[in-house]
Ligand binder design. Sequence first.
Ligand SMILES: *Cc1c(COP(=O)(O)O)cnc(C)c1O
Length: 339
Amino acid sequence: MIIDYRSDTVTKPTPAMLEAMMKAPVGDDVFEEDPSINQLEKMAAGMFGMEAALFCPSGTMTNQIAIKVHTRPGDEVICDKLSHIYQYEGGGIAFNSGTSVKLIEGMRGLVTAEQVEAGINADDVHKARTSLVSLENTSNRGGGSCYDFAEIQRIKAICSKHNLRFHLDGARLFNAMVAKNELPKLYGETFDSISICLSKSLGCPVGSLLLGTKDLIKQSRRIRKVFGGGMRQAGYLAAAGIYALTHNINRLTEDHKHAKLVAQALLKKEFTGHMLPVETNIIIFEVVGHHYTAKTLAEKFTTNDIYCIAISPTQIRMVFHLDITPEMIQRTIQIIQAI
Ligand SMILES: *Cc1c(COP(=O)(O)O)cnc(C)c1O
């Protein structure tokens, strides 16, 4: 039995999801004629109380489209230094949009309104024009950390005061909303654009959605075509998304419970140093002592059929998801105890 904690992207569609995919009515989505994609976009926009949505192959694409639509070349984007848009999208901010970044040293990937305001450039010809603030909730490199919604509202007020667009990388937004007991509409009324991933903890094989106004989505549809992301009979994939939004949100509490159980077991071990607070489905901990480095401990786990990643020379990350069963959690805890 392989127990795979490398990412929540490793999930495979369940038989019920596959059946929904097989039955999907499809059409050419570049002509906006795929009934399943149209249904998914309408459903997601409705959940968040936003006007429209756009189905894309990846969360990198939805983020990059949003940045492209919100900025002009030479502008500056404010984000935390651990942000996925900066760290893990291949330099796309510069490549696709020709914009620079103002990186903020937040706490576990989360920034404050004061930090955002201090990061805004003066209206001065020497300076790049600040035009966009991008948050990440949950923060991946922050160990699945979640914003307090009050802080998001304070940041929103700063954006409104300075006429800045406000984007949310919500690859794992459902984890945050479930952990904090928040409603999607709260997010929908606060951000100009939201990216959500269906292929992470919601268990779909492929797909992300960008949400926003009708006008923003119209512009985004053009950029998606330019980026090569116009798909045809992709309704088979959208059907998985409809299934996931219907069935796989409330069960995220299970993943969060699993993460806490494994964290407790790890915290009893000498090799475990500082662990980021486990708020959702991610554990990130330091490996200390002379027995193991992050790399050799990850290898030790692998020899026991437990896969996880050394994300830095000193840190290991484990991500919990829908293909992790309670039996796998029991087995993992036994192995941790035995190492
Ligand atoms: C996974 C992820 C994305 C998007 O990744 P894709 O693999 O391109 O779908 C965006 N932001 C965060 C925080 C992520 O974890």
